[in-house]
Design a protein around this ligand. Structure first.
Ligand SMILES: Nc1nc2c(ncn2[C@@H]2O[C@H](COP(=O)(O)OP(=O)(O)OP(=O)(O)O)[C@@H](O)[C@H]2O)c(=O)[nH]1
Ligand SMILES: [Mg+2]
Length: 438
């Protein structure tokens, strides 16, 4: 997958090997190469520029991971920026939040892979999301071969098939009104070589009739970023929920995958990587970027360095805590670290029982609010919370969109925690090996 892009990126980064230090000049030269590589992979030029700019800032800021070489540091920067750029949450829709039957409509140009994708997504939802009784519905009835293709796919995979009528509307209606217990309906639609008014008109009508829960645009990645230009038109008639990129097993350059979200405003949710029904996968930016960078060893090393840094930071904070020098800035930083580590509840669960009393204080749901409150304070207030009087508290509550009570509660918890950790200093001496959460 994306062999050319991967090998060119690696080449650009390997120019750094043997360099002792990352100077701004070296960063600029490397990023110029990377920009060229991205453009030659058919990445939209605005996207390439935005990525390189972000990488440049990140690289110049990247002084913390002392254990990494310049080459490894740049790999980390490229990985972080690309991953961040492609990320979206949630990774895929919460399928069970919709009423049954779930209705999915597939749209896209001719030959993009809609019909095969109909079977692929039904199979995916059956195995991964425990849908039990999917039906494939033929709304592309112009060519008899198209109906037969979907029917065969349904039979081969044990799905129901609705497509006996000549009109796509009648087939759609039959599926919607079927007394059968389908929990998933996948509507395959007609594709044209070019997007035209007649096609859009039919899709719009079908959309109105089906009222799908989700519409996926199927895009052939071999067409590069060119293929993305149609998204806007489709989006106007049939509001899109996500993109399915097909034919990633071919020698697609990668541009469509990287540019898709930026150009269309809709994220890539799934990729198709072959003709078989099982050749279908969730698009996970982190995994995808690792694969492009293809440097398993280095990426593992980066992860280790990051962990060491986390451990170093945690130790520093712990020291401050025990010395009673812990302020709201540290508190905020720790909350963020903890969020990264999998949430407070997870950490609390591993703690000795003395810490359980903080369960309320450290509720993960409160984390966001706490962050907002602390960010609404001035630097002086964060460093010296004792100066926060009644009127300042009110201003902070207003600024953070919370209530005075929330602010009071946070400060109270903070003081309690600080007091507790002063005591914990003695406790730590007694209980050798006690690990503090902060
Ligand atoms: N190698 C490869 N081939 C694919 C993939 N997805 C689809 N194809 C092939 O691409 C061709 C077109 O796929 P279809 O599913 O028929 O495309 P479509 O969008 O329904 O086409 P129309 O109905 O003509 O608009 C078929 O030969 C598929 O087997 C993929 O991920 N990899
Ligand atoms: Mg088709």
């Amino acid at each position: 997958m994306f062999e050319q892009l991967a090998s060119n990126l690696r080449k650009a980064l390997s120019n750094l090997s043997g360099k002792g230090r990352l100077t701004p000049e070296i960063i600029d030269t490397t990023l110029r190469d990377i920009r060229r590589v991205l453009l030659s992979a058919d990445v939209n030029y605005k996207v390439a520029s935005a990525l390189v700019k972000e990488m440049s800032e990140a690289a110049k800021d990247e002084k913390v991971l002392r254990t990494l070489t310049p080459e490894q540091t740049m790999i980390k920067v490229v990985r972080d920026v690309l991953t961040g750029f492609l990320s979206h949450t949630p990774l895929e829709p919460d399928y069970h939040s919709f009423q049954k039957p779930l209705k999915i409509m597939l749209v896209g140009l001719q030959g993009s892979g809609k019909t095969t994708t109909a079977a692929k997504i039904a199979s995916y939802l059956k195995t991964e999301k425990s849908f039990k009784n999917p039906a494939l519905v033929a709304c592309d009835t112009v060519r008899p071969a198209a109906v037969q293709q979907l029917k065969t796919l349904a039979e081969e995979n044990g799905f129901a098939f609705v497509g006996g009528k000549e009109s796509p509307f009648e087939n759609a209606r039959e599926a919607l009104n079927s007394g059968q217990e389908f929990d998933l309906l996948v509507f395959d639609t007609q594709g044209r070589l070019h997007i035209d008014d007649e096609m859009l008109e039919e899709l719009k009508k079908l959309y109105g009739l089906i009222q799908p829960n989700l519409v996926f645009l199927v895009i052939d990645s071999m067409y590069g970023q060119e293929a993305l230009n149609v998204a806007q038109r489709f989006n106007e008639e049939t509001p899109l929920d996500g993109i399915i990129l097909t034919k990633l097993d071919g020698d697609a350059k990668g541009g469509a995958a990287i540019s898709a979200k930026f150009v269309t405003g809709v994220p890539v949710i799934y990729v198709s990587i072959g003709e078989k029904v099982g050749d279908f996968d969730l698009f996970e930016p982190e995994r995808y970027v690792s694969r492009i960078l293809g440097m398993g060893d280095v990426l593992a090393l980066i992860k280790k360095a990051e962990k060491e840094l986390d451990a170093e930071k945690a130790q520093e904070a712990q020291k401050k805590l025990l010395e009673g020098k812990f302020d709201l800035n540290d508190y905020l930083e720790q909350l963020r670290e903890v969020k990264k580590l999998g949430g407070l509840q997870f950490i609390l669960d591993q703690m000795p029982s003395e810490f359980k009393k903080f369960a309320g204080v450290v509720d993960d749901n409160i984390l966001k609010r706490t962050e907002a409150i602390i960010l609404s304070m001035t630097p002086e207030e964060r460093a010296h919370p004792e100066i926060i009087n009644g009127s300042r508290r009110e201003r902070i509550a207003k600024g953070s969109g919370t209530t005075l009570q929330d602010v009071n509660q946070l400060l109270k918890s903070f003081y309690e925690m600080k007091k507790f950790f002063k005591k914990a200093k003695k406790l730590k001496k007694r209980r050798f090996g006690l690990k503090l959460p902060f």
